[in-house]
Design a protein around this ligand. Structure first.
Ligand code: NAD
Length: 254
């Protein structure tokens, strides 16, 4: 398989390094709006080269986005129209219903898939299954060190409480997990989100609470920050690598 990567920051770097070690991946193409980021990463890999997206699209099977919501708006439709599968990390971009439906239509018409890694949260599998029946409520409580939310507070402070849609609009880079949870369960307007800035916290804590016909779910993860970007959880990189392995592997844990 040939892989194109858009975004060579913390997550792109982790995925590229893992892909470089995978026997089933023969070539990796890198693109970053910051040429130095792509160049530095490329020099540490065996199978990689740097190319603009429109050039590498001709050769790849799958494109992995780990850049920004802006990058998803710019490239997602083109990637799917070119007949390539797409893995999206900047899931917050999909809260725009018209945009998401457009991508779904293009993917369907081109027999392609859009993969959304579970990212920094755990428990998405349970929410997907539970949503087959009635789900009464789904709540995400995210607690972060204030700096990783761009805040400076002295004590534990709830900085947002409301819908997932509102959370993504207010914290576009910080709360992709709310996007993934919404799409897994009851949508952007029904999913409740609470974001807490806590100076005592050293890790990024995500807690999913759900209640429905299936019973009750409570899934909590305490994430170590990514060494290359303290705002990103390392788990997000691992879940992206797991998605890539899932695409390649004959046995699927669904
Ligand atoms: N789904 C999740 O759980 C989850 C978790 C963490 C981060 N994210 C999202 O994943 C994305 C990457 O996160 P990261 O921690 O690697 O960020 P990062 O800031 O470390 O790296 C992003 C890289 O993308 C590049 N970039 C930005 N816009 C671009 C564009 N339009 N075209 C090409 N390159 C572009 C930047 O120059 C940078 O090198 C972000 O959007 C972030 O919000 C998602």
């Amino acid at each position: 398989m040939k892989l194109g990567i858009i975004g060579c920051g913390a997550i792109g770097k982790d995925v590229a390094k893992a892909a470089d070690m995978m026997n089933d991946i023969e070539k990796i193409y890198l693109y970053d709006i910051n040429p130095t980021a792509a160049k530095d990463l490329c020099s540490s890999l065996k199978k990689a080269s740097i190319k603009p997206v429109d050039i590498f699209l001709k050769d790849v099977d799958v494109v992995f986005e780990a850049a920004s919501q802006q990058a998803v708006s710019t490239y997602a439709a083109t990637v799917l129209e070119a007949g390539k599968d797409l893995i999206i990390m900047s899931i917050g971009s999909l809260f725009d219903d018209a945009f998401r439906r457009k991508l779904e239509d293009i993917a369907r018409n081109n027999h392609r898939k859009i993969y959304l890694p579970s990212g920094a949260v755990c428990g998405i599998d349970g929410v997907v299954a539970a949503s087959i029946e009635k789900l009464d409520n789904v709540t995400l409580v995210t607690t972060k060190p204030p700096a990783s939310l761009g805040k400076s507070v002295e004590k534990r402070t709830v900085v947002y409480k409301g819908t997932a849609r509102g959370a993504i609009m207010q914290f576009p880079r910080n709360i992709n997990v709310a996007g993934c949870l919404s799409l897994a369960g009851i949508g952007f307007d029904e999913t409740r989100v609470e974001i807490v800035a806590d100076p005592v916290e050293t890790r990024i804590n995500h807690k999913i609470l759900a209640h429905g016909r299936f019973g009750r779910l409570r899934a909590e993860v305490e994430n170590m920050p990514n060494p290359n970007n303290p705002q990103s959880s390392y788990m997000a990189s691992l879940s992206a690598i797991a998605t890539l392995r899932k695409i390649l592997h004959p046995i699927q844990i669904a």
